[in-house]
Write a new protein. Structure first.
Length: 590
């Protein structure tokens, strides 16, 4: 019924859920989803992100860090809504300067010890360094924002970073001043306390005043990890494998641009990023040096907006299903209004021709309470909902049936009837010496039937009466049909009609069978011609067909019976009264 209402009243048109075919990888899957044939929408094509980044760069190590910087480029692509891969490159410089002087490494450090430049207990060295660092890594970024997504798209994106890469780096010390002489740190701590942050800052300021940090000329201690042929080995460069971890918080400005604040750490087992493997206490460091990079990143989304959506980490992974749910909800509401049914008869108000029909009574498709027999009393209150048509009914819908005459009563009445001269052709009028002028009538049949209708018993009684009063005559019964069905079928049907009449006269009136001849003409001889050979007829045309379905009687002297015609098709005509035909003669007796 809902479908009928939608077709009859129309529905609002809503946009199809999901993405246009140009923006997805599988157009067939996308179309099946939009048509309701598939449960899953196609994955959209999404843009690449080009990143430009720069920020604070330092090494967590044995030497106190000083402000450094780094910058670089990246290229990122979404694998799914919650995972992306990024190739990240950076170059930076990290610096460090300790406030505490140290003589550690005088014997061990090959570049600052007795075989080196000459710092020692009398003039302890202030640890310092500058590292040139380049790194290329492949990173996976997990998007945490899509774990709790209740908007079409987020403005903020929180991501976890993990990756692997390689670092190419070199560290140098600043051990000599502009005159190529060692710095004099011998009295730099005189009158100061190592427990005072203010004094430690003053020491660093004094060291910078001496020129520390103006140039870094001395190579750091090395592990000799690179082979001789490796590029940069002579210049002090080294190569390490690194592991990256980090956290990123991004804000989408528009569909083309976003900015992000990130922090990354590059971890290895390297302890010489700062140039030292000794703690202040004279022991080897217990921890490796770690690279820290805190920076701002500008993300640019690359791709044709007509063919790609923005990077998936900005989108709701349930966008298409949510849109489908919202579309259905929008459609259901007006449908509910259209399907309102105030009288609860199953037919919506807007289609109901009887909006206040009687409760709990059956209705038709228009909402009109059923009155199956058309007697003016609805079925749910009618004690006889299928009463015979044409009869008066009482207040409960029960037909008031008249008493019908029995066959003996009809026969007695017929004996007392003087039949008028017929006014319709054809008739056979006979003038003999057996009685006054008389005629032989004809009888008619229902469509595709050959049983005798009770209303024609009087005509058959007349034929029998004539045969009894005039024993010298013989009568032929000629069967006919209308022009519906094929000719072979109609020949058989007209034969059976004539035979039914002859059998009735012979058995009911004891007429000698030899005086009754059988003949038939099928559809070939019509009383009313020019009728259509189908069931799409007017009332007057149907009356003409009825006149053609007949058995005529003629007086004969030399004819013989016609045999039953041969017919190989399926013969379905009805030769018995159905239970619905009461075989009564209405109107003769009230």
């Amino acid at each position: 019924m809902a479908l009928v209402a939608m077709l009859a009243l129309g529905t609002t048109s809503y946009a199809q859920p999901g993405y246009p075919d140009e923006q997805v990888k599988n157009e067939d899957q996308n179309k099946e989803y939009r048509d309701g044939k598939g449960a899953y929408p196609a994955k959209p094509r999404n843009m690449w992100e080009l990143g430009l980044h720069g920020g604070y760069f330092q090494v967590a190590s044995d030497v106190d860090p000083q402000p450094g910087w780094a910058a670089g480029l990246s290229l990122r692509k979404a694998i799914g809504y919650s995972l992306a891969l990024r190739v990240n490159g950076l170059y930076g410089k990290a610096k460090g300067l300790n406030a505490l002087p140290s003589s550690i490494g005088v014997a061990q450090n090959v570049r600052l010890g007795t075989n080196g430049l000459g710092y020692g207990p009398a003039n302890p060295f202030l640890y310092n360094y500058q590292m040139d660092y380049a790194e290329l890594s492949l990173q996976g970024i997990g998007n945490l924002s899509n774990l709790n997504f209740h908007r079409k798209e987020n403005k903020l994106s929180l991501g976890l970073i993990a990756g692997v890469g390689g670092a190419y780096w070199r560290t140098k010390y600043d051990a000599k001043n502009g005159s190529d002489e060692l710095y004099d740190f011998s009295d730099i701590w005189e009158g100061r306390s190592v427990n005072s942050a203010k004094d430690r800052k003053a020491v660093r300021d004094d060291a910078k005043a001496l020129g520390v940090g103006d140039s870094y000329e001395t190579l750091n201690e090395k592990w000799d990890g690179l082979p001789d042929w490796a590029p940069g080995k002579d210049e002090g460069y080294d190569l390490n494998l690194t592991a990256n971890v980090g956290l990123a918080l991004a804000y989408k400005i528009n569909d083309r641009v976003n900015i992000a604040l990130e922090h990354q750490a590059s971890v290895t087992d390297e302890d010489l990023y700062d140039g030292y493997r000794w703690a202040e206490q004279g022991d080897l460091s217990r921890n490796s040096d770690i690279i820290h990079y805190s920076h701002l990143r500008l993300g640019l989304h690359l791709g044709n907006k007509n063919k790609r959506v923005i990077p998936l980490w900005w989108l709701n992974p349930l966008d298409a299903p949510y849109e489908q749910i919202a579309k259905n909800t929008r459609a259901i509401k007006p449908l509910e209004d259209m399907m309102a049914d105030d009288d609860n008869d199953g037919v919506p108000n807007r289609l109901d021709k009887q909006p206040d029909s009687t409760p709990d009574c059956p209705v038709d498709t228009r909402g009109v309470t059923l009155d199956s027999d058309g007697d003016g009393i609805i079925d749910c209150k009618d004690k006889e909902p299928y009463s015979p048509p044409g009869l008066p009914v009482d207040a409960n819908g029960v037909a008031q049936k008249p008493r019908y005459a029995t066959q003996p009563e009809v026969e007695e009445m017929i004996k007392n009837i003087k039949f008028p001269t017929p006014t319709v052709a054809p008739t056979t009028v006979v003038a003999t010496g057996c009685s006054d002028n008389w005629f032989l009538p004809m009888i008619h049949f229902d469509l595709d039937k050959y049983y005798l209708k009770p209303e024609y018993y009087p005509q058959l009684h007349q034929v029998a009466t004539i045969l009894k009063n005039c024993p010298e005559i013989r009568v032929v019964a000629v069967g006919h049909t209308d022009n519906r069905k094929d000719n072979g079928y109609n020949q058989v049907l007209s034969y059976k009609r004539a035979k039914k009449v002859i059998d009735f006269l012979a058995s009911n009136y004891q007429i000698d069978r030899s005086r009754l001849l059988l003949n038939y003409g099928g559809e070939e001889i019509n009383l009313v011609g020019g009728l259509p050979a189908n069931h799409n007829t007017t009332h007057s045309q149907e009356q003409g067909h009825y006149m053609n379905r007949r058995v005529e009687f003629k007086v004969v002297t030399t004819e013989s019976d016609m045999g039953m015609p041969a017919y190989s098709g399926s013969f379905e005509a009805v030769g018995k009264d159905t239970p619905g035909n009461s075989r009564k003669i209405g109107g003769l007796i009230d």
